[in-house]
Design a protein around this ligand. Structure first.
Ligand code: PHE
Length: 330
């Protein structure tokens, strides 16, 4: 038996100790076998032998418990030491995140207009026909509705195709003067090299009393803004059409890849289209109940700006979540 007591004393871990415990005290263990032999012991001897056996059992139980406690303490100490974290340790291999190029471009655009005293307004992504189309001088069956391939819900609601509905909501809840931009996601049924079903717009709107806002004001702010975003570029305005502005224009900058000489990106025109704009159509003011006011509005695609600024050729890569793209913007 002494041999077993030494084994307990020398057990190196809880697993070994447990196997010793089973050997000694288990149902089929050594002590159980000793107790079983009691029935063969002479009746006069029985009390003495039984007493010895019980004392032995108590001794082993106590030893096992003491050893268990000791090994548990040892194990705890080992874990505390191996799992210790030195929070003050400098780690040069640390992984740094970065803003997504669309976010950093959006931030920069917002930064410009906030510095020019424009407020930032937001609105719902799920819109009704009135705010997305009707109030913007796009009555039902107007052919210009086809310009924007719309996602419709069964109940007639839709995913906003531009952030112009936010201008309508803002004008209906505030009185002029208005000086706002509306950044955010918009949705159109489109998917190719330069179109994704979701992209981001920033639209701007400025409204003041009649004759206080002119196309010259619009040209100033957009020119200043485009120079802020793209540096020293030339700017031109081309007559265009939007239902909610009259007159309307599209704005081009000289190609930032070839400096206007003509290349693949600008289709050899030397120009890149970056904005739509115009003077707010009187029908829009009528829809929101404004009288004796004038205003300008403009709209741009954030992804297009990000692609030009960072020279990204496929719009879809912006939404694939591939870390190799994002790592380039750290
Ligand atoms: N809402 C237009 C679009 O999404 C952009 C725009 C806004 C054009 C304001 C002119 C004036 O295409």
């Amino acid at each position: 038996m002494q041999e077993w007591l030494t084994k307990i004393e020398n057990a190196v871990d809880l697993e070994e100790l447990e196997s010793i415990r089973i050997k000694l005290l288990g149902k089929k263990g050594l002590l159980a076998a000793e107790f079983a032999k009691l029935k063969n012991v002479a009746p006069s001897e029985k009390p003495k032998v039984a007493k010895e056996l019980n004392e032995l059992k108590a001794k082993i139980t106590k030893l096992l418990a003491e050893k268990k406690e000791e090994l548990q303490q040892k194990e705890l100490k080992r874990r505390l030491e191996s799992e210790k974290i030195d929070v003050s340790l400098y780690s040069p291999a640390g992984y740094k995140g970065a803003l997504h190029p669309v976010q950093s471009t959006l931030d920069r655009i917002i930064e410009y207009f906030v510095s020019m005293n424009f407020s930032v307004e937001t609105g719902p992504l799920v819109e009704d026909d009135f705010h997305n189309f009707e109030a913007l001088n796009l009555p039902k069956h107007h052919p210009a509705r086809d310009m924007q391939d719309t996602f419709y819900f069964n109940d007639g609601m839709l995913l906003r195709t531009h952030t112009s509905p936010v201008q309508i909501r803002t004008m209906m809840s505030q009185q002029p003067p208005i000086r706002m931009i509306s950044p955010g996601p918009v949705f159109r049924r489109d998917f190719d090299l330069t179109h994704t079903p979701m992209f981001h717009q920033v639209e701007g709107l400025l409204v003041d009393s009649k004759d206080r806002v002119s196309f010259a004001n619009l040209k100033f702010i957009l020119g200043d803004f485009l120079h802020y975003m793209f540096g020293d570029v030339r700017i031109r305005y081309r007559p265009s059409f939007f239902p909610f502005t009259e007159p309307s224009a599209e704005v081009d900058i000289s190609c930032i890849f070839c400096d206007g000489k003509g290349c693949r990106v600008c289709s050899n025109t030397g120009w890149l289209e970056v904005l739509g704009c115009g003077m707010v159509d009187p029908n829009v003011f009528e829809a929101v109940g404004y009288e004796n006011v004038s205003g300008y509005a403009f709209g741009l695609g954030v992804e297009r700006f990000a692609m030009l600024i960072h020279k990204i050729s496929d719009l879809r890569t912006l939404f694939e979540g591939d870390l190799r793209l994002l790592e380039q913007f750290r």
